[in-house]
Design a protein around this ligand. Structure first.
Ligand SMILES: *[C@@H]1O[C@H](CO)[C@@H](O)[C@H](O)[C@H]1NC(C)=O
Ligand SMILES: *[C@@H]1O[C@H](CO)[C@@H](O)[C@H](O)[C@H]1NC(C)=O
Ligand SMILES: *[C@@H]1O[C@H](CO)[C@@H](O)[C@H](O)[C@H]1NC(C)=O
Length: 450
């Protein structure tokens, strides 16, 4: 049969070409570059701002960082005159030190519709702070004391319709609150879900995962259970099944989660799905005390939260990972990056860094969704993070599993460098596929919305 002969011939040809041109690591893609060998701090937290700058911050009680505050400034009540926050300008590839006064360690924030980063909580002097950063060439942090009702350390924030943010949980804070407040007396309702999902020995429901659902309710995943929550009424609307295996997935069993790109059919949303990948199995925290570093979880759970009867579908990653980070690519793929394949989040508790990112293609068939990408040379374990940049590269920074700025010969020394991972869609071989602006010739005439 002519058809199958041709097909066979093609296969042979492809095979021959493949053998002739086989790269050293055939499945892998993407490339790495060091953008700056030291940004002075380590990027524990990073937020891309609408003007293409990235604000970063780490820890104010860790000792002297590797970058000074400008103009010989020092923080009040401190002999530490180094910066613990910087702004990175993507286009010029430069950094500028900023002054954050109170401790932003394990805090969180949300970019507001007016382009301010409103960041909340942190540790001790930062427990109840709100800090605002609006980017400009001379801008700096503004701090507002005693705003939050409760300490918010390891809490999660989400922007809500209407422009307020909700702040959920935090260590020893089994409640939630909003910012800005409707009134000075607006309280913090109890949130029993955080008590129910809390293992008092390990507390592995910190930094819960929040995603806003289409109807305005909030999807909340903590430890392993998940709910749909009406935050106006403080009422659980729906309880999702627990993920098979029942393993913990939130800090310190830190996994990562994304809301997958919404699937549209004839202009309406067909399905809404959440993907949760990796983590550290039950017992890891206790076993660490006996010097045993358990292997991380290699499973992902995916659930169609829009289904009337949603069920988790489990998949296996090519690499086990705890403390991973996720980014959504413009193509709708998911990047899973950073972290370790043994141990758990916390001081000195991670082992076997995973240097290779993995791409997950949600629309492929189960079994052909993951692809291992080219590795970095830098371990990025506890306190590392990533941000997808506007030009399609992924900014990768941070890592410091020590509770001080230690620059000496430690296992996984503090990582002050900033790297970029360029996924294979940025390869020059894809240049011909990229859209180009042919007209008008002068791009400076074009304005947003025109
Ligand atoms: C600290 O910064 C300087 C540049 O200002 C750099 O030469 C040095 O390598 C940095 N130290 C570390 C530990 O990265
Ligand atoms: C500095 O210390 C004084 C006295 O302990 C205290 O009243 C003040 O609030 C502190 N300032 C800051 C910015 O922490
Ligand atoms: C939450 O409950 C309130 C009060 O019953 C209701 O007005 C609101 O529509 C509900 N929100 C959602 C997203 O269903």
């Amino acid at each position: 049969m002519a058809f199958s002969t041709t097909l066979l011939y093609h296969h042979l040809l492809i095979l021959v070409l493949f053998i002739l041109h086989a790269p050293s690591c055939p499945a892998a893609g993407g490339s790495w570059s060091i953008l700056l060998s030291s940004i002075g701090i380590y990027g524990m937290h990073m937020q891309l701002l609408p003007n293409d700058c990235v604000v970063m911050y780490d820890h104010t009680d860790f000792g002297v960082s590797n970058i000074s505050l400008p103009y010989g400034k020092c923080r009040s009540n401190s002999t530490d005159c180094s910066a613990h926050s910087v702004e990175y300008d993507v286009v010029s590839n430069t950094i500028r030190p900023l002054m954050v006064v109170t401790n932003v360690w394990c805090s969180l924030g949300t970019l507001m519709p007016d382009s301010r980063l409103v960041q909340t909580g942190g540790w001790v002097d930062g427990y109840r702070r709100v800090r605002v950063y609006k980017s400009c060439s001379t801008c700096d942090w503004k701090e507002i004391p005693n705003v939050l009702n409760q300490q918010r350390w390891y809490a999660t924030n989400h922007l809500l319709p209407g422009g307020r943010q909700i702040i959920i949980g935090g260590r020893q804070a089994f409640n939630l609150e909003f910012y800005p407040k409707m009134s000075a007396s607006e309280n913090s309702p109890r949130f029993p879900f955080l008590v129910q999902t809390n293992d008092p020995n390990v507390e592995n429901n910190l930094y819960p995962f929040l995603f806003l659902y289409l109807d305005g309710n909030l999807f909340i995943f903590a430890n392993n259970p998940a709910i749909l929550f009406n935050y106006s009424k403080n009422q659980v609307v729906k309880t999702y099944p627990t993920m098979p295996g029942g393993q913990p997935r939130n800090y310190p069993s830190t996994s990562s989660a994304v809301l997958l790109p919404l699937r549209l059919k004839k202009g309406t949303v067909e399905s809404v799905e959440v993907l949760v990948c990796g983590g550290a199995p039950k017992g890891t925290f206790t076993n660490e005390n006996n010097g045993r570093f358990d292997g991380a979880l290699d499973t992902c759970g995916r659930i169609k939260i829009s289904d009337p009867n949603p069920q988790w579908v489990m998949e296996t990653m090519p690499l086990a990972r705890v403390m991973g980070d996720m980014s959504l690519f413009p193509k709708g793929h998911v990047l899973i990056i950073n972290g370790a394949s043994a141990g758990i989040a916390g001081w000195e508790l991670g082992r076997n860094p995973v240097l290779s990112p993995v791409t997950y293609r949600p629309d492929n068939k189960v079994g052909s969704r993951f692809e291992v990408e080219n590795p970095s040379t830098k371990p990025r374990v506890y306190h590392s993070t990533t941000v997808l940049l506007r030009d399609g590269r992924v900014l990768v920074g941070g890592s410091n599993p020590h509770d001080k700025y230690v620059f000496t010969n430690e296992l996984f020394p503090i990582e002050l460098s900033l790297e970029a991972f360029s996924p294979s869609y940025l390869d020059s071989s894809s240049s011909s596929l990229r859209p180009m602006i042919l007209s008008p010739k002068s791009k400076t005439k074009m304005r947003y919305g025109k």
